[in-house]
Design a protein around this ligand. Structure first.
Ligand SMILES: O=C(O)CCC(=O)C(=O)O
Ligand SMILES: [Fe+2]
Length: 191
């Protein structure tokens, strides 16, 4: 995680299909086009997941596996990992005039330990960069089935990475982001 994020292959096609079917049927809502802190957002989102569904079980399984490695085994994160937020985001193909699907930002300080984003569908670029301007971007290669792991607040005392999504190709991109919020009442995950 040299620059604060990395991606690894994680889900097989049949699991992906189940997750996508469940994700597509969620009651998505529009998000603010520009947040209070100036982050541009071009997607719809849903954070209410069906009980006993594939998304929830993935959230639980990911928590166990990641906690096992990063907390119990290697103590890279100090507090036990508890994913208490799971958000599905659907991005439409970007208009040419729109550079970013989500512009450079860091996830909120309330998001501790590690942030896990499963790419469920679509092609796009998830990039880390130096600062809010988007300078010096590096694409974290991520395809459907991949899991992007990103430093949250407190991860080895290292800075949270700036990152963005652009280049959403034909069709849609669906991601499933898991976060451990220190307090659950956070209104916006981004700053
Ligand atoms: O959909 C993604 O890949 C993650 C987007 C993101 O950075 C966020 O929602 O904070
Ligand atoms: Fe983010």
């Amino acid at each position: 995680m040299g620059r604060g994020a990395t991606a690894l292959a994680s889900l097989d096609t049949s699991e992906l299909e189940r997750l996508c079917d469940e994700a597509r049927a969620l009651p998505f809502h529009d998000v603010e086009v520009v947040t209070k802190t100036g982050v541009v957002q071009n997607f719809r989102s849903c954070d209410t997941l069906p009980e006993d569904g594939a998304l929830r079980s993935l959230m639980q399984a990911a928590e166990v596996v990641i906690d096992d490695q990063l907390h119990r085994k290697y103590q890279v994160i100090q507090t036990p990992l508890r994913f208490n937020e799971g958000v599905v985001q659907v991005y439409r193909e970007a208009a040419i005039s729109q550079k970013y699907s989500i512009s450079p930002h860091r996830d909120h300080k309330e998001c501790i330990n590690v942030i896990a984003v499963f790419v469920l569908e679509g092609e796009a670029s998830f990039c880390v960069c130096k600062e809010r301007s988007g300078a010096d971007p590096e694409v974290i290669s991520s395809r459907p089935g991949d899991l992007i792991l990103m430093r949250g607040y407190g991860f080895l005392g290292l800075p949270r990475p700036f990152h963005f999504v652009d280049n959403v190709k034909q069709g849609t991109r669906i991601s499933f982001g898991l976060r451990h919020l220190m307090k659950r009442e956070v209104m916006s995950n981004r700053r």
